[in-house]
Design a binder for this molecule. Structure first.
Ligand SMILES: [Zn+2]
Length: 199
């Protein structure tokens, strides 16, 4: 029996996703998940929902209590697996959820918060800057239909594309296709990612 995702797509590769909500997303977590499955699934890449949880808006770490309603993501460097020296205390606390809750290292943690801002105040729909040992991204409550799938794409090694038809176009609120496109080379990149496992 072939493995299929909830959308009926046959899975040749699996990306394991854990969802956490610290905000109130306009596009529900499960709609965003289904949209990600509809985007990657036709390419044989299934986005597997591994766990989900709503959480209090502050997280106690060993050293500090950090408010995570409005998250400062610093310069939001797309570090793509390399340690990002600009990781803010808020990002560290947020992605520390993964360690606290023992999320496996080659899984991806996606966290919704109310607002995502760069250190210069620029508002973002999401940010995929994450520690080298923790595949993770943050999504703003006002993110679009495709923000989760797009940020997961960054974690999987994808960079921005021009136009409005591709998943990695920006802003995702301008994406004009449903589901958005992924090119053959993008699919190949995703399949090479340490966060994508062959089944
Ligand atoms: Zn992006």
């Amino acid at each position: 029996m072939p493995i299929r995702d909830e959308q009926g797509n046959q899975c040749h590769h699996i990306v394991r996703l854990h969802l956490r909500s610290l905000g109130m997303p306009r596009v529900s977590e499960f709609s965003a998940l289904a949209n990600a499955q509809r985007t990657y699934g036709p390419h044989g890449i299934c986005i597997s929902f591994e766990s989900g949880m709503s959480m209090p808006q502050a997280v106690d770490t060993a050293t500090q209590c950090v408010e995570l309603v409005n998250v400062n993501v610093g310069t939001c460097l797309m570090n793509q697996g390399t340690f990002n020296p600009t990781m803010t205390a808020q990002q560290s606390a947020m992605f520390g959820i993964g360690d606290i809750q023992s999320i496996p290292p080659r899984n991806i943690l996606a966290v919704w918060v109310e607002n995502v801002r760069k250190e210069d105040g620029t508002r973002l729909a999401g940010c995929a800057s994450h520690p080298a040992d923790r595949g993770a991204c943050v999504v703003a409550a006002a993110g679009s239909l495709w923000t989760l799938a797009h940020e997961v794409g960054h974690v999987l090694g994808l960079t921005h594309e021009s136009g409005t038809r591709n998943l990695m176009s920006t802003p995702t609120s301008s994406i004009s296709t449903n589901p958005p496109e992924l090119s053959a080379s993008q699919v190949a990149t995703v399949k090479r990612s340490r966060y994508c496992q062959r089944v």
